[in-house]
Design a protein around this ligand. Sequence first.
Ligand SMILES: *[C@@H]1O[C@H](CO)[C@@H](O)[C@H](O)[C@H]1NC(C)=O
Length: 424
Amino acid sequence: MWIGLVFCCTIAFVTGGLPPQANYIAELLRDQTSSTRVSDNIIEDATLDLPNLVRKYNYPLEEHSVTTEDGYILGLHRIPHGRDSNNRPGNKPVVFLMHGLLSSSADFLVMGPGSSLAYILAEEGYDVWMGNARGNYFSRRHRRLNPDALLNTAFWEFSWDEIGNKDLPAMIDFVLQRTRKSALHYIGFSQGTTVFFVMASLRPEYNKKIISMQAMAPVAYMRHNSSPLLNALAPFARRIEEMAGRRGIAEFLGKRPIYTKIGKEFCMDGAETQALCSEVIFFIAGNSGEGQHNATMLPVILGHYPAGIALRQAAHYGQAIAGGDFRRYDHGPVVNRRIYGFAVPPRYDLSRVSAPVYLHYSETDPLADLRDVERLFRELGNVAGRLRVKPRVFSHVDFVWGVDAKTLVYNSIIGSMRRRDRQN
Ligand SMILES: *[C@@H]1O[C@H](CO)[C@@H](O)[C@H](O)[C@H]1NC(C)=O
């Protein structure tokens, strides 16, 4: 039954939220379940948009936008200084954070001050910038193309290849220009690491703009991954994308008010359905390690996640799973020949990644399996550190949502960044 329910919910996500009748039912249920609400703050944090969530906690937040060479308009968030310590603007080292698949800058903010990475870095004296990949809630704009066009999916014709090749360089150049720096620290989570490896191998001139690259739950090779959602999709990756394209669907799990509503109605502490909410999140994002999942925070998570991707991003990961290699997107032999000059898409050459990379990984991450991380380690051009999270049970999403992420991961990231800063 769980599987069935999870499946239904996933289908509802895939087809763009629930039908209008379901909205109506959720509306009705709202009045019935209001007595199960525990904390007003959870509701408020789930409902506020991200910039106002940050401001609610008295942190400064700036919003910026950057246009890529191919016309995508990306939203950047910045916390220029801390609230309690280092709480004055000034000449601070710059750190750029890049989120995971289906997510947004919310990855570094939703768990709140003292827990989420962006706040912690601001308190530690860093000027914190957060990117958003084309197509997500904050970057769903283009000079000419309309993301909501019916029958025309041109806006959505990209995978994480373009995010690494075009979005990251545009955002990094913008941040360096604004802060008048020549280099910055980069911290990526999951897809945020994939796109870095894409950039640093396709556009190696960007390596010198990176003081250190901190890779949390690094994903390049995926042969051994065990994500339920991606593995279910992998064998059909191209077919799904083609079928979806013909029906004019190319966006996947875009941010919609219904998720916030579901979060608030069904995932609150005290709601009988809270366990189901955890299951759905785990199906989509992967399991959590023992003791790392804070179910109380589910409504807040669902207020900001998922934030949307192009179906082709999932398809590209599907190809990485099915093929076992780290290659550019496979459009099929005819188009491949036109774009890459070969029938088979070329490999990303990881030996060209010359920026110092610190790999932060765990023994039980189903999406960044030890064997795949080991291969990445062997092939990267300049690995400066390998930091395995101590407890055995620490999972993929725990790097951003885990109760102990600060002590188990963030402190060692900050330690390695500081050592680099002292050398510079
Ligand atoms: C879970 O989140 C709630 C709400 O933010 C918080 O009060 C609680 O301390 C958290 N639990 C753990 C174990 O961190």
